[in-house]
Design a protein around this ligand. Structure first.
Ligand code: PAF
Length: 282
């Protein structure tokens, strides 16, 4: 496996691979790899000739009071895990390498980036879209892989690909969960033992919401209220949002129909966790 740090070298390598007609699978990450990322790498390995894992803690997608500085970084461990999962290339540029003069250009994907996460983390999806576009430009994927755990992010990137006519097929793979249902996330390592136990309430709430829908509830507010009640029973939990919305647009709805997304963003102590569940309301 090759580790590439220089943007130009990455671009030259992917250009050559594309000219040779190779299927190029790319898994964009911010490192701190866990089983969720590795499931994406393995899926990419099955379907592509060459798999690139990008590791870049993107300063543009963190707000001024967020955890950019303390975000977990361990490149040697990430390289080892990516290699074991079958990746061919790890592209791990520095901030200086990706954007030597800072970003003057940014990409705004419109309303899909402004709802929910976008409201609580202003500018977050501008940062994601801008960096993903730069990473796609350098790695030139035929296929790119993302986890459903960051559901709104997958919609933002779909929009980016469509609007900029990018020649890449997106694959969204299921969230990988711990035994108690907690979605795997690099931020789980911030949780203390008791908080880690309490974090399972997100998954319990999502399942309870789904159960309400399955037993006939069609009012979005009632489904959200059921989820909220469960989360509020945990003293260290603080809700940013708990919603049942249209899965394609994330727009609020009164009555649930078609594909519905249940989405939660909850602080457990000082750690902010997100999770989601899609429900087909037929
Ligand atoms: O999901 C992530 O890890 C990041 O948001 C991504 C897609 C790598 C962009 O920085």
């Amino acid at each position: 496996m090759t580790v590439i740090r220089a943007a130009r070298r990455m671009a030259a390598r992917s250009e050559r691979l594309r000219r040779q007609g190779k299927q190029l699978g790319v898994v964009p990450t911010m490192g701190a790899l866990h089983e969720g990322h590795l499931s994406l790498v393995r899926a990419a390995v099955k379907a592509n000739d060459v798999v690139i894992v990008t590791i870049f803690v993107n300063p543009l997608q963190f707000g001024p009071h967020e955890d950019f500085r303390r975000y977990p970084r361990n490149l040697p461990r990430d390289i080892r895990l990516a290699r074991r999962a079958g990746a061919d290339i790890v592209f791990a540029p520095s901030v200086q390498e990706i954007s030597p003069t800072g970003f003057g250009t940014t990409i705004d994907v419109g309303p899909i980036g402004e709802r929910l996460e976008g409201r609580f983390r202003p500018g977050h999806f501008r940062g994601v879209a801008t960096v993903v576009a730069a990473l796609f430009h350098l790695t030139k994927p035929t296929h790119a892989y993302f986890g459903q755990k960051d559901y709104q992010q997958t919609l933002v990137i779909k929009r980016l690909v469509k609007d900029l006519c990018l020649d890449v097929r997106l694959h969204v793979l299921p969230t990988v969960r711990e035994r108690d249902g907690v979605a795997m996330s690099s931020r789980n390592r911030y949780l203390r033992v008791e908080q880690r136990r309490q974090a399972a309430v997100l998954w319990r709430a999502l399942r309870a919401g789904r159960e309400r829908i399955r037993t006939g509830e069609r009012r979005a507010s009632a489904v959200a209220a059921r989820m909220r009640r469960l989360i509020k029973a945990i003293p260290s939990a603080r809700i940013d949002y708990v919603v049942a919305v249209d899965a394609a647009t994330l727009a609020p709805v009164r009555r649930l129909r078609g594909c519905v997304a249940l989405l939660v963003a909850v602080w457990i102590g000082r750690t902010r966790l997100i999770d989601n569940l899609l429900v087909d309301v037929s």
